[in-house]
Design a protein around this ligand. Structure first.
Ligand SMILES: Nc1ncnc2c1ncn2[C@@H]1O[C@H](COP(=O)(O)OP(=O)(O)OP(=O)(O)O)[C@@H](O)[C@H]1O
Length: 255
């Protein structure tokens, strides 16, 4: 299933004043893998995501997307290279419609420039039509086509979370990074999310890096799991290895 290394981070450190929030984390994600990053609250998981996606410049360490360095690049540059993410809290354009959210996401990937937009050239109109079709395909896939013209902020919470994933997917990423996508979902929605993530990997050939506290979801869909505790790598392995790892059990349950 999995191929060559797509993303690899080594010696990753992130310091906030006196706090070393990420301490020498190493992580590799191969093409076609679903990899999870888990750990107790405050372990540094989101900080790792923020470093990988250009929201923070790591204090030290290297981050490679295949053979290209990501450290020092902006979030937008990294997104254009095919690494996109969702956030722990929903970050949609709440006042815009559902479909507009997907059009805005694609806009930065449209080839036509500002002038062709102003002049409404044939190429621009074609690109716009393509973006609309692509948005509609994704809305259908996540069961929100009937809600295309509704204000995104008025969707139910679970629908907003799916829309966020679609907003990533319309940009045709190689790597999708999901920060606690199951938070706030009910068991049925979590199961749907489970199927959706696997389908994204299997049908849409996207690799997935996941931060998640829902262990049933993590254990069910991950090829490999990394565990961090207080910023420091604690363990890595298959779900089976992690489930039975004494240090992991101790970190979660205490002595
Ligand atoms: N911008 C920042 N400035 C200062 N400290 C920060 C900043 N971002 C995160 N931290 C600190 O870094 C540590 C790791 O936080 P982080 O949010 O990465 O943990 P997490 O594993 O994602 O936690 P959770 O599972 O609760 O979301 C925490 O002590 C947090 O307070």
């Amino acid at each position: 299933m999995s191929g060559q290394a797509l993303l690899s981070a080594n010696g990753l450190c992130m310091r906030f004043g006196g706090l070393l929030a990420v301490n020498n984390v190493a992580l590799t994600l191969n093409e076609g893998e679903i990899v999870s990053l888990i750990g107790p609250n405050g372990a540094g998981k989101t900080t790792v995501f923020n470093c990988l996606t250009g929201f923070y410049r790591p204090t030290s360490g290297t981050i490679m997307l295949r053979d290209r360095h990501l450290e020092g690049l902006s979030g937008q540059q990294i997104a254009r290279m095919g690494v996109v993410r969702t956030f722990q809290h929903v970050r949609l354009f709440r006042e815009m419609t559902v479909v507009e959210n997907l059009l805005v996401a694609q806009h930065q990937h449209l080839k036509s420039g500002v002038f062709s937009g102003l002049l409404k050239t044939a190429a621009f109109r074609k690109a716009e039509r393509g973006a609309l079709d692509h948005a509609a395909e994704w809305l259908e896939r996540i069961g929100l086509l009937a809600f295309a013209n509704r204000q995104a902020g008025n969707l139910a919470y679970g629908q907003q979370r799916r829309l966020e994933i679609a907003r990533c997917m319309v940009t045709r990423p190689e790597l999708l990074m999901l920060d606690e996508p199951a938070a706030g979902l009910n068991p049925k929605e979590t199961e749907e999310l489970d199927h959706l993530i696997v389908e994204l990997r299997d049908k849409h050939k996207v690799s997935v890096l996941l931060i998640e506290h829902d262990m049933k979801l993590v254990m069910g869909i991950s090829d490999r799991i990394y565990v961090v505790n207080q910023g420091t790598p604690l363990a890595q392995g298959t779900p089976e290895q992690i489930r039975n790892h004494p240090d992991v059990i101790r970190a979660y349950l205490g002595e």
